[in-house]
Design a protein around this ligand. Structure first.
Ligand code: G4P
Length: 529
C-alpha cells in the first residue's frame, strides 16, 4: 500500500516566533541536518528590514524571498518533512494565521533572554484554539538569559501551555556546558573556545553516576541533579497522546546558531509529530486516508514579473492523491479544472510533479480562479472551514487617482484581496470602498502593486474605525435588527462575501451599540457558524 506508506511518513509543520528569536536560523539548521542544503546562509530571512532601502523595494525583496521559502521540504530518516513558512512581522500576521490552517503541528521558538514576546503570544493562541500540537524550542542558550525554570513558568503563564521539558541546559551563557537530553538520556557537551561544536555525546543512564562529575565538574553535576529532580517533581511526564491532542507541550533547550539541541529536537520531532491530520469541513470531517482527493488553498502568491499576471495558489492536500492533468472540481465556481504543471517543493527548488500525497503542498498556476479558502475535490461538495478573516487594525478609504484606469483599479483591488493582502469593505451608505489591513505597510504594498502590476493609481484617506464586527444575520427579520440597520447605516458595510459588517468607531460606541441591540450578535472574525 504505497498510498498509506506515503501518508504515514509525512510531517507538515510551521515554525512560529517573534521576529529575531531564531526561526530562520533553526529552519536552516533543520535543512542542513536533512542534507537539503550544504551550507549555512542558504535560507534567506523573510524579515522586513527597515532602513537602507525604501519600503516598497523592501516589500518586493521580501516577496521574492517568500516565494522561495513558502514551503521547504526535505527528507530525514525516511520521513518527508514539509516546513511551511510563516512571516514573523506583525503586519503580515494574517498570512501566518492562514498558513497555520495548513500545518499539522508547530515548533515555537523563544529567545532565552527575551522570553515570551508579543507575536509569539498571538500565534500560540491561534494554535491553542485549534489544538495544534506544539513543541517549544528555547533558543540562544549560548547567551546569558533568563533562568530555565522562570522561563518555563513564563511559557506556562503567558502562553497558557502545559510544558514538559525533554532537555535541560547545564549552565548558560559563559558557563554553558551542554544539554542533558531527558528524552534520550544523554549529555551533549559544548566544546572548543568558540563553543560552536558538540564535543561529545555521552550516554548517562544514571544521573547519580560519578561520570557526570568528571564530565561537568562537581558543582554543575549537583545543580543538574537538583534541576532534574525538580523537573521530574513539577512537570508532567511526556505523554504522546496528550501532546497530539494539544494538551501537553514538550520543551527543548538549545542554540540554533551553534547547532546545539537541534538534532535532539529533530529526532524527537520525527518520532512524535503527527502525520497529516483529519480536517473539518462545513459538511463533514475528512480523513487523510480517504481515497478521493480534497485540498484547499491557504496562500496565493502573485508573480513577481508584472508582465505575467499569473499567480501561484498553494494547496494543502487533505485527503487522497493529487494527480497532474486530472480534472478537479473547484467547489466555489462549480467548475472542473485541470492542472498541467503542478509544482512540488523541495528545499528551495520547485519542480513539476505527477502525484502528491496528503500533507504535501502543491503550487498551482492560476490566472485568477482562486481565492484563499477555496476547495478542490473529485466532485464532492466540500468547503473547508477555518480560514477566517480577523478584524483589521487600520482602515482607509481608497480613491481612484486616475479616472481613465478605473477598470484596472477595481480588477487590481479584487485580485489583491483574493490573495489576502488586505480586506475590502463597501459602505452601505454611498458605496465607497474601504481597505482594512493588519499593518500600515500593506497600504504601500497595495499602492505599489496596483501601479506596477495593473497600471492603476490610488490615494488613501483616513477613516476612523476601531474594529470591524461581523453582524450575525440570525435575527435579521426582527424589528430590532431593522432599526439597527436604519440607525447605524453610516457605520455599515459589506465585506467581499457580502456579509454585513459594523465598523465601530470606538470601543465605547461598540459597547453602547451592543447594549442598545442585545439580540444582535457581533463577531470579531468573519467565520462564525
Ligand atoms: P528570525 O528568523 O526568527 O527573525 O531570526 P533569525 O534566525 O534571523 O535570527 C535573528 C538573529 O539571532 C540573527 O542575528 C541570528 O544569527 C541570531 N541567532 C539565531 N540563533 C542564535 C543562537 O542560538 N545564538 C545566538 N547567539 N544568536 C542566534 P543577526 O545578527 O540579527 O543576523 P545575522 O547578521 O547573524 O544574520
Amino acid at each position: 500500500m504505497l498510498f498509506k506508506k506515503e501518508l504515514e511518513r509525512r510531517r507538515t509543520f510551521g515554525i512560529i516566533s517573534h521576529p529575531d528569536a531564531g526561526k530562520t536560523t533553526l529552519t536552516e539548521k533543520l535543512l542542513l541536518f536533512g542534507g537539503a542544503i550544504q551550507e549555512a546562509g542558504a535560507v534567506k530571512s523573510n524579515k522586513i528590514k527597515k532602513g537602507a532601502t525604501s519600503d516598497f523595494m523592501e516589500i518586493e525583496r521580501q516577496r521574492g524571498i517568500s516565494v522561495a521559502t513558502s514551503v521547504l521540504a526535505f527528507e530525514y530518516n525516511g520521513i518527508k518533512i514539509n516546513i511551511l513558512d510563516t512571516p514573523g512581522h506583525k503586519d503580515f500576521a494574517e498570512d501566518t494565521f492562514r498558513t497555520l490552517t495548513a500545518v499539522d503541528s508547530v515548533i515555537v521558538v523563544i529567545d532565552v533572554a527575551k522570553g515570551v514576546e508579543e507575536q509569539t503570544e498571538k500565534l500560540v493562541e491561534v494554535c491553542r484554539m485549534r489544538n495544534i500540537p506544539m513543541i517549544v524550542f528555547i533558543n540562544k542558550l549560548d547567551r546569558e538569559g533568563k533562568d530555565a525554570f522562570d522561563l518555563l513558568d513564563e511559557v506556562e503563564q503567558k502562553l497558557g501551555l502545559t510544558v514538559c521539558p525533554l532537555s535541560f541546559p547545564i549552565g548558560m551563557g559563559y558557563d554553558f556546558k551542554g544539554i542533558y537530553n531527558i528524552w534520550e538520556k544523554n549529555i551533549n557537551l559544548f566544546g572548543g573556545d568558540s563553543r560552536k561544536n558538540i564535543e561529545e555525546t555521552v550516554e548517562i543512564s544514571d544521573l547519580q553516576s560519578e561520570v557526570l562529575n568528571e564530565l561537568i565538574g562537581d558543582a554543575q553535576a549537583d545543580v543538574l541533579r537538583e534541576n532534574i529532580d525538580l523537573v521530574e517533581g513539577i512537570y508532567p511526564k511526556f505523554d504522546k497522546t496528550e501532546y497530539l491532542s494539544g494538551h501537553l507541550q514538550p520543551v527543548f533547550f538549545g542554540s540554533a546558531l551553534n547547532n546545539f539541541g537541534v538534532r535532539e529536537l529533530l529526532d524527537c520531532f520525527v518520532e512524535i509529530a503527527p502525520k497529516p491530520r483529519p480536517k473539518q469541513s462545513e459538511e463533514r470531517l475528512v480523513k487523510p486516508e480517504e481515497k478521493k482527493f480534497t485540498g484547499f488553498v491557504f496562500k496565493i502568491h502573485a508573480n513577481m514579473d508584472p508582465n505575467h499576471r499569473d499567480r501561484l495558489a498553494f494547496v494543502k492536500i487533505v485527503s487522497g492523491i493529487f494527480e497532474r492533468n486530472k480534472p478537479y472540481l473547484h467547489v466555489r465556481h462549480n467548475k472542473k479544472l485541470k492542472f498541467s504543471s503542478p509544482n512540488a517543493f523541495f528545499a528551495e527548488k520547485k519542480e513539476i510533479v505527477d502525484i502528491s500525497y496528503p500533507g504535501d503542498i502543491v503550487g498551482l498556476h492560476d490566472t485568477g480562479n482562486f481565492k484563499i479558502g477555496d476547495t478542490l475535490t473529485e466532485g464532492e461538495i466540500i468547503n473547508y472551514k477555518g480560514i477566517p478573516s480577523f478584524s483589521p487594525e487600520h482602515f482607509r478609504y481608497i480613491n481612484n487617482a486616475d479616472p481613465l484606469k478605473s477598470k484596472q483599479l477595481y480588477k487590481g483591488i479584487d485580485q489583491l484581496m483574493d490573495e489576502g493582502v488586505a480586506q475590502l469593505f463597501t459602505l452601505e451608505l454611498n458605496g465607497r470602498k474601504v481597505i482594512g489591513t493588519v499593518g500600515a505597510l500593506q497600504y504601500e504594498v497595495i499602492q505599489y502593486r496596483l501601479e506596477h502590476e495593473y497600471g492603476a493609481k490610488c490615494t488613501y484617506e483616513n477613516l476612523n474605525v476601531f474594529k470591524a464586527c461581523w453582524v450575525d444575520p440570525k435575527n435579521s427579520n426582527s424589528d430590532e435588527y431593522k432599526e439597527f440597520v436604519r440607525v447605524k447605516q453610516r457605520f455599515l458595510a459589506k465585506d467581499k462575501q457580502n456579509q454585513l459588517v459594523f465598523l465601530a468607531d470606538s470601543a465605547f460606541s461598540l459597547q453602547m451599540t451592543q447594549q442598545k441591540y442585545p439580540s444582535i450578535t457581533f463577531h470579531f472574525t468573519s467565520e462564525f457558524n
